[in-house]
Design a protein around this ligand. Structure first.
Ligand SMILES: CC(=O)SCCNC(=O)CCNC(=O)[C@H](O)C(C)(C)COP(=O)(O)OP(=O)(O)OC[C@H]1O[C@@H](n2cnc3c(N)ncnc32)[C@H](O)[C@@H]1OP(=O)(O)O
Ligand SMILES: CC(=O)C(=O)O
Length: 532
């Protein structure tokens, strides 16, 4: 059952979203995504094109027994009957009928040139294809929506014919006619004028389906709603053919937060962030950090002047409260930080630095050090753990340290079997004991990581939980060739969370060692080991 039939939130992630380059969903993936969509509370889930794509046929079969939707109705997508064939005899129409979906969304041509050149039939026969197929499915008890492909381009080329397709579909029993900006090139004002004309001329219940080729898919969808459409199609994370479809979560957030529509069940908008990221895990497409509302950077503030105003009131630099979509505000500390950025970041990390003159001095020193270090290649916005160590150092007056390193070295040897293996030796004092440890690895950083953690494990057994999970190298100032500055970011995890540290140097191993030591040090602080 749809939440509300007054306004349709129609998701096509599993059909048009799956048309994105590089995105390939298994049937099991589609089932998991459908569960997330239903939990979010969309009204309709377009599951695919049964009869054309074997996985989609299987999806509808399995969905019937495996999915018990609370909020959504499934829609099966497919084309109108072939030219000069009875709808009842068309095997693809049969697949739609037999899909078990409560709704069939038929794609139909509404642009005269497409009818004549792509379908290779007459304008009249295309109208009969629409009417026959809609009637046939209605007679079999299915609700029918019609997607009018290339509607806006078709309207420009032959308004009368485009409108006739809409009228014929409604007369035959289609509940909704979705106007599709298939090539995604229409701009909002023109789109709105067309929607108004179609509403006035046909009285049809209209929907909108936009692509993002001109960067206007969300704006066009909102413009269409403002002009009177009551059914809006889109995909999670804006997946879709070419530059993608309209991002459904952004549309819903805009309409709920800025136009007072109630589209999802109460409270569900705040699930947007979680569900967008959960679906990105399934699609295996890295989520864009800059995605409106649900991107990791959507409420991340870098500029010092922004932070200083946010300190007074977050609304001064945010268009909405991130919590409403399940996201969080974050402060980024970098060379562009001012004292307010450092103070707010400190608060995020558990340091209250707003009060005394001593606090203000700490904030000023940290701000200066960050700017100076970033000018040498460090970056703190991606390395919260290194920033936290720097801040702790300025607050307590000493660098957190659990061991004294005497020396380290690493060699890489090419062996007779052609394998290159690295071996390192680390000498240090930890827990009052001098340790001399060697470590092997498939590369120098791996070998150093093993040796370092082995050398301190007697004093701090918790390091056995630590694991280096990501390692990124960036050559800064690459014009200097092998003399360039190298920045290394290391992510360390302990099974409960992860943290990132940074190291910089002219030597990649030296930069890595700095990031490794910070990584272990921050991990020990996290586990409340006592600093010497
Ligand atoms: C705008 C959109 O995104 S619509 C969704 C598009 N999605 C897909 O295409 C994914 C699934 N598609 C498929 O599996 C295949 O393309 C199929 C099964 C639909 C068709 O495959 P094939 O029969 O091998 O033909 P092909 O892919 O070359 O398409 C051309 C045929 O489709 C017909 N066709 C094109 N558009 C339409 C339409 N809107 N309605 C009905 N038929 C259409 C053409 O007339 C041509 O038919 P013909 O071979 O009888 O002359
Ligand atoms: C139907 C569809 O996906 C389109 O016209 O873009």
């Amino acid at each position: 059952m749809s939440i509300s039939d007054d306004f349709h939130v129609y998701d096509t992630t599993l059909r048009d979203g799956a048309q994105q380059e590089g995105l390939a969903l298994s049937v099991a993936d589609k089932i998991v995504i459908a569960q997330h969509l239903d939990e979010l509370g969309v009204g309709f889930i377009e599951g695919g094109w049964p009869g054309a794509v074997p996985k989609d046929t299987e999806f509808f079969e399995r969905a019937r027994t495996e999915l018990h939707l609370k909020n959504a109705t499934f829609a099966a997508f497919g084309a109108t009957r072939k030219p000069d064939t009875a709808a009842a005899d068309d095997p693809q129409v049969a697949a739609l009928r037999e899909s078990g979906a409560g709704v069939v969304t038929l794609v139909a041509k509404s642009h005269d040139a497409h009818v004549e050149r792509a379908l290779r039939t007459t304008l009249d026969e295309n109208l009969r294809m629409v009417a026959d197929t809609v009637k046939h499915l209605r007679e079999h008890g299915q609700r029918v929506f019609l997607d009018t492909e290339h509607f806006f381009d078709g309207y420009r080329a032959n308004r009368a014919y485009a409108l006739e397709v809409v009228r014929v579909a409604v007369e035959a029993g289609a509940d909704v006619v979705a106007l599709c900006d298939t090539n995604g090139g229409t701009l909002p004002r023109e789109l709105q004028d067309v929607v108004r004309d179609v509403l006035d001329s046909t009285g049809a219940r209209l929907g909108i389906h936009c692509h993002n080729d001109a960067g206007c898919a969300v704006a066009n969808s909102i413009a269409a709603v403002e002009a009177g459409v009551t059914h809006v199609q889109g995909t999670i994370n804006g997946y879709g053919e070419r530059t993608g479809n309209a991002d459904l979560l952004a549309i819903v957030a805009n309409l709920e937060l800025k136009r007072e529509h109630e589209l999802l069940p109460p409270g569900n908008l705040a699930e947007s962030f979680r569900i967008a990221h959960a679906i990105a895990e399934v699609t295996n497409v890295p989520p864009s950090t800059r995605q409106p509302y649900v991107g990791l950077s959507a409420f991340a503030h870098k500029a010092g002047l922004h932070a200083s105003a946010i300190k007074v009131d977050p609304d001064l630099y945010q268009h909405t409260d991130p919590a409403l979509v399940g996201n969080d505000m974050r402060m980024l500390v970098s060379e562009m930080a001012g004292r307010a950025s450092v103070e707010l970041k400190g608060r995020e990390l558990g340091f209250d630095l707003g009060g005394t003159k001593a606090d203000r001095d700490v904030v000023s020193r940290v701000t200066e050090r960050v700017k100076e270090m970033e000018s040498r290649g460090y970056t703190f916005e991606a390395a919260d753990a290194s920033f936290s160590l720097l801040l702790t150092e300025e607050v307590t007056g000493k660098r957190a340290s659990f061991f004294d390193v005497e020396s380290w070295r690493v060699i890489t040897e090419s062996r007779a079997d052609g394998e290159a293996v690295s071996e390192s030796t680390v000498k240090l004092v930890a827990g009052g004991e001098r340790e001399i440890v060697t470590g092997e690895g498939n590369g120098p950083v791996n070998a150093l990581d093993h040796a370092l953690r082995t050398a301190i494990e007697r004093a701090y057994p918790v390091v056995n939980k630590f694991e280096l999970v990501d390692y990124k190298v960036r050559i800064l100032d690459s014009g200097h060739g092998t003399d360039a500055v190298i920045r290394v970011l290391i992510e360390t995890a302990d099974g409960e969370g992860s943290w990132v540290t940074v190291g910089v140097g002219h030597n990649i191993v030296e930069a890595s060692w700095e990031a490794l030591v910070d990584g272990v040090t921050f991990g020990l602080l996290r586990h409340k080991e006592v600093v010497r």
